[in-house]
Design a protein around this ligand. Structure first.
Ligand code: FES
Length: 124
């Protein structure tokens, strides 16, 4: 094969599947009038804790993990909840050790924490 038959440039790399490898959304919703919501069960503290853990583990940033606030995710009966994409895995957590496990297992290693997965039938 001669150099005349070779392309001038390598073909472009395919675009990344997504900007972040994983994206976790925390429902931080609060409601007035006595109606329950994730925000009444330590969701903001859990969000702050998750952000700190992800950053400390060197997992934050493009191509890695993004931790985001969200409003009501419409699964209030299972709250407090988070959802992790692209796997679309929903978790119901109780305390900060649950968040630690989600970070270490799912966000860092892609292993779903089965014991925290939100039951499929629980919605609003
Ligand atoms: S208040 Fe959290 S899912 Fe609705």
């Amino acid at each position: 094969m001669t150099s005349d038959s070779l392309p001038d440039e390598a073909p472009p790399s395919p675009p990344p599947a997504s900007y972040y490898q994983r994206h976790i959304f925390f429902c931080l919703n609060e409601r007035s009038g006595g109606e329950d919501a994730c925000g009444h069960h330590g969701a903001k503290q859990a969000f702050d804790h998750c952000k700190a853990k992800v950053k400390a583990a060197g997992l934050s940033g493009p191509g890695k993990v993004r931790v985001n606030k969200a409003g009501c995710l419409d699964r209030c009966a299972a709250g407090p909840v988070v959802v992790v994409y692209p796997e679309a895995v929903w978790y119901s957590y109780v305390d900060l050790s649950d968040i630690d496990e989600i970070v270490a297992s799912h966000l860092q290693n892609g292993q779903v924490v089965e014991r925290l997965v939100t039951p499929a039938h629980l919605g609003r």
